[in-house]
Ligand binder design. Structure first.
Ligand code: ADP
Ligand code: MG
Length: 326
């Protein structure tokens, strides 16, 4: 499978200014040298605690914010160098679904107009064609025709997320960033929306970056999983490999935090202690060393590389140094 995206050495350092003079007094190191490929037609799950940089990465990939440095290659071309008018095709092809369907839909617009808007932006103005496309998309997403005349506040959270999804795919994009798309929904509704996204992925041949702090959601939907900690990808592997043969102590800790029904009480478990350190003042060396039960002396001063321990499985941890296949 070829890569739809290649992200190279991506950094996002948000300046922190002091209130009065606006002088820069430091930076939030939200992304640090992120290298990541997204293969055509896969769902890449991105998981990590709140504040680890997941949304920042999603926003940089769509160029909704401009990173400090690095490259985002989409079909081999760096979109970060492109001007606004050159990005039109990219914007049509790459869409975002946000966490909060209450905030992402304009409360003063009827559903029909919400769905029409992206078509108009892409210069589809023939009324017949618009109606045809809207009909096609509501059938796909399970919205009823009579709902088109209603306003967002008349719907439940799950319905609203269906509408937000319909709006995102109405221009037939090939890539979607879904940033915690079910985190604001009741658990009973989450599975419906996730299944809808899986169906749409099949039907429209979508590639997806699916962001969630919830490993059980990520496990259900992803083909490949990337684990993020303090602005770095610390482990990436295909789903089964990540669940059955994870190597990074942070991945292990995240997995241990997922409640399981039959628990093997004898197994030694890493439980994360303390909060994630401030990305404004990240630890030296391995960023996870302050919380790692296996910490060694060199972890405190040296940053481990991203070791490739088998094909498509990379780990940023000195414990894997000797397993590096290169
Ligand atoms: P996640 O989505 O994993 O919770 P974010 O990408 O939202 O993480 O945030 C990563 C870090 O960057 C956090 O410490 C957050 O406070 C900080 N951050 C996010 N957006 C901004 C911004 N516009 N200005 C300054 N800091 C920001
Ligand atoms: Mg986020």
């Amino acid at each position: 499978m070829s890569n739809l995206f290649e992200i190279k050495n991506l950094n996002m350092h948000y300046p922190v200014t002091d209130g009065l003079m606006g002088n820069i007094k430091g930076y939030v190191y939200a992304l640090n040298n992120v290298n990541l490929d997204i293969k055509e037609n896969e769902i890449l799950g991105l998981v990590g605690e709140s504040g680890s940089g997941k949304s920042t990465l999603g926003n940089c990939i769509l160029k909704l914010i401009t990173p400090t440095s690095g490259e985002v290659l989409f079909k081999g071309e760096n979109i970060l160098n492109k001007k606004k008018n050159e990005l039109k095709e990219f914007r049509k092809n790459a869409q975002m679904i946000f966490q909060n369907p209450y905030m992402s839909l304009n409360p003063r617009m009827k559903i029909y107009d919400i769905l029409k808007e992206p078509l108009i932006v892409n210069i589809i103005i023939d009324k017949k064609e618009i109606n045809h496309k809207i009909k096609e998309i509501i059938n796909l997403t399970g919205i009823r025709e009579e709902d088109l005349n209603r306003y967002p506040h008349e719907f439940s959270g799950g319905q609203r997320q269906r509408i937000a999804i319909a709006r995102a795919i109405i221009t037939h994009p090939i890539f979607i960033v879904a940033d915690e798309p079910v985190s604001a929904l009741d658990v009973s509704i989450q599975a419906q929306i996730i299944n809808l996204m899986l169906e749409l992925k099949q039907h429209l041949n979508l590639t997806m970056l699916f962001i969630s702090h919830d490993l059980s959601v990520i496990k259900y939907i992803s083909d490949t999983i990337a684990v993020m900690y303090l602005g770095e990808i610390v482990e990436i592997a295909e789903k089964d490999e990540l669940f059955n043969n994870h190597k990074h102590p942070y991945t292990e800790a995240l997995l241990n935090a997922v409640p399981v029904i039959s628990e093997d009480k004898k197994s030694k478990k890493i439980i994360l202690k303390g909060d994630i350190p401030s990305p404004q003042n990240p630890p030296q060396g391995c960023k996870f060393h302050t919380r790692c039960p296996y910490v060694m002396e060199k972890c405190k001063t040296q940053a481990p590389e991203f070791f490739e321990i088998s094909q498509n499985h990379r780990v940023r941890c000195f414990l894997c140094e000797n397993h590096n296949i290169y």
